[in-house]
Ligand binder design. Structure first.
Ligand code: M6R
Length: 635
């Protein structure tokens, strides 16, 4: 949540900040702002200019174009509101009372109430409702006292010193960038439990919350570690750990990060990303199911033998769509590979985890790799296992992510990179497919190693997975058109029900989540067999029911559940292979005849496209739906 950028160098900062913010707008779009420092040749120090605008980045761009913001040092922010409404007064950067210190922050300062009270007692007047505003005031107070001690001899390390002192007073998870007009050659950045990376250019540095903001600037990056603070000047970087020890680390190379602000010919990123799914599957198949591997062990996953040894149970921690992928994963790991598996909302697990069980693999699923609840749940699980001790209870963690350079990769020892390419639309689509595929790879691997499935079953699932890119390609094209035609009928719908069972129950949940988040239509996903225990009371003529009826153990059962809905006059939309039985549906979104195992990888496509076209019909902001952000870095 929230994106920050900061730059120091020899070029005008404002255009670089705006370019960076464009790539970070997916993290929040309630307001945007920037501050720059222009050195004053005639005297010591510089002049700080701050521009802020409510709403999307384009508003800030217009303001900066009109009024300008000079200087080669600057910080920028795009906001997802936590404390205080999306208003200009709450937009970052926030400044101290003199206006000389400016700060952007991503995260939450949890002890801001007591800090604010203290500062107010000292006579400071606050101008916003944010948690962040305490930071510039605290830094200014610190600078004042440092200036006194040094008899006004100002240096860039003085700002570093002040930020370090203030950081030690802050509680919570945050990333900060700070500038001070009296030190026009110093940029200070700091991180604690929120991401921040430094990009190294020639005689200039750009820092950002995420790699896409750096990709157009440099390929040489230095991801900051937790607790680190850095002083950047045009001459170089001084990096310090939380103890104040100077750190020396070599930068790394940024690979495969595309410029995310390109929609190609599609109207929205979400539609583009839905259409990229055959390619996501093709890349996964090429990488993990290469021809030439033995039929009894067809999957190539990047882990050595010991990784799979004596795992007796698996627990999956995730949020939102990633949790739905985890639910399909749990079904596969239990039913196909025979390993007892549980799925938890990461936000619940972190405060009410079940008693520790031995020989457990914990899998965190997060496309962004930055979801605060998922990271905290993984950290909590790791800690309690280390405290417990004993090899049977040892912490074994795996992350499934689309961002192998993100925080989860620095937190857990094993990463399965889904390699779907950056997803910009807030609604997850191609990354969901990538997460599902990661679970298919794991389930196949465990099943072959444990011999929980016959060779024929392994070969059959492998064959279907290899054919998936083609199946998806046809399905996406066909359903794009179909969903567009259908959408008209459902654009004014107030409530919609999604039903599925077994391996397709999570797809019903995902269908409902997609519709809610981008079309703002109330929707519920239900296990089809549960309808009769209450929710069936909701059904009537105006409530469309989407029923996922794929061949398999529950095929007849879900058909009967659909009949029950039809008997209550609900409009029935079937996601099912065309045949005699599916004539009960008012509308059929036809599916290919595939095995039950593989069906979620296909049945999710009509869910995504129906939601997309309904939202498009309603004229909504599909890629940046209200109140949401792509990466949820607050609790
Ligand atoms: O980055 P993550 O996968 O950890 O994100 C988890 C959820 O915030 C995310 O899936 C959210 O539910 C999406 N907006 C769904 O489309």
């Amino acid at each position: 949540m929230c994106g920050i950028v900061a730059v120091i160098g020899s070029r005008d900062a404002a255009p670089l900040l705006i370019e960076g913010l464009k790539q970070l707008e997916y993290r929040g779009y309630d307001s945007a702002g920037l501050a720059t420092v222009d050195p004053r040749p005639e005297s010591f120090g510089g002049l700080l200019t701050c521009k802020r605008a409510k709403g999307k980045l384009v508003n800030l761009m217009q303001l900066v174009e009109k009024e300008g913001s000079p200087g080669q040092l600057g910080i920028g922010h795009t906001r997802w509101a936590t404390h205080g409404k999306p208003e200009v007064r709450n937009a970052h950067p926030h400044r101290d009372s003199s206006g000389g210190v400016a700060v952007v922050q991503n995260g939450i300062i949890e002890n801001y109430t007591s800090l604010r009270k203290q500062l107010e007692l000292e006579g400071i007047r606050f101008t916003s409702e944010t948690d962040t505003e305490v930071v510039p005031h605290l830094i200014a107070r610190e600078l004042k006292s440092l200036k006194k001690q040094t008899k006004n001899s100002i240096s860039s390390s003085m700002l570093l010193e002040a930020v370090r002192t203030v950081s030690s007073q802050l509680k919570g998870a945050y990333a900060l960038a700070v500038i001070w007009e009296e030190a026009p050659d110093a940029l200070i950045v700091a991180r604690r439990h929120a991401p921040l990376l430094i990009g190294l250019g020639e005689g200039e540095f750009l820092c950002a919350s995420d790699t896409p903001a750096l990709a157009g600037f440099t390929r040489t990056i230095l991801p900051m570690e937790d607790g680190e603070v850095a002083l950047l000047t045009p001459l170089g970087i001084e990096l310090y750990d939380s103890e104040g020890q100077r750190q020396q680390r070599s930068p790394s190379l940024l690979n495969g990060v595309e410029n995310v602000a390109n929609k190609r010919h599609f109207r929205h990123f979400m539609l583009k990303e839905i259409h990229e799914q055959p390619e996501t599957a093709r890349l996964w198949v090429d990488r993990h199911l290469p021809a030439g591997l033995p039929a009894e062990a067809p999957v190539a996953l990047p882990f050595d033998e010991p990784f799979y040894e004596d795992i007796e149970r698996i627990q999956i921690l995730a949020c939102g769509t990633s949790r739905h992928a985890g639910m399909v994963g749990a079904y596969l790991l239990e039913q196909f590979a025979g390993i007892p598996t549980s799925v938890f909302y990461a936000s619940e697990f972190r405060y009410s985890a079940p008693p520790l069980a031995p020989k457990t693999l914990t899998i965190g699923v997060t496309q962004s790799g930055e979801t605060a609840d998922t990271l905290a749940a993984l950290a909590m699980e790791d800690k309690r296992r280390k405290e417990h001790g004993g090899s049977a209870y040892a912490s074994r963690q795996l992350g499934i992510t689309n961002r192998p350079e993100s925080s989860i990769a620095r937190q857990v020892p094993h990463i399965l990179d889904i390699g779907a390419g950056i997803e910009v639309g807030v609604a997850a689509t191609k990354t969901f497919l990538g997460q599902l595929l990661a679970f298919y790879g794991l389930a196949l691997t465990f099943a072959t190693r444990r011999r929980s499935r016959s060779l024929e079953e392994i070969i059959s699932l492998t064959r279907e997975l290899r054919d998936l890119p083609n199946q998806l390609s046809n399905l996406v094209d066909e359903h794009d058109q179909l969903a567009e035609t259908l959408a008209n009928r459902f654009s004014d719908t107030q409530n919609m029900i999604f039903l599925g069972r077994g391996i397709n129950y999570p797809i019903a949940l995902e269908g409902a989540l997609k519709l809610k988040e981008i079309s703002y239509i109330h929707a519920e996903g239900y296990p089809a067999g549960e309808m009769k225990h209450g929710p069936i009371a909701l059904l009537e003529r105006r409530v469309p029911v989407v029923s996922i009826v794929m061949p398999g153990v529950v095929y007849e059962k879900v058909l009967s559940n659909a009949q029950e809905a039809k008997a209550r006059d609900a409009q029935l939309i079937g996601v099912a292979p065309k045949c005699l039985e599916t004539e009960i549906f008012d509308t059929l979104m036809p599916m290919p005849k595939v095995s039950e195992w593989i069906s979620p990888l296909l049945s999710v496509i009509p869910m995504q496209l129906l939601s997309y076209h309904i939202a498009a019909n309603r004229g909504l902001d599909i890629d940046q739906p209200r109140n949401l952000a792509k990466s949820v870095t607050v609790e």
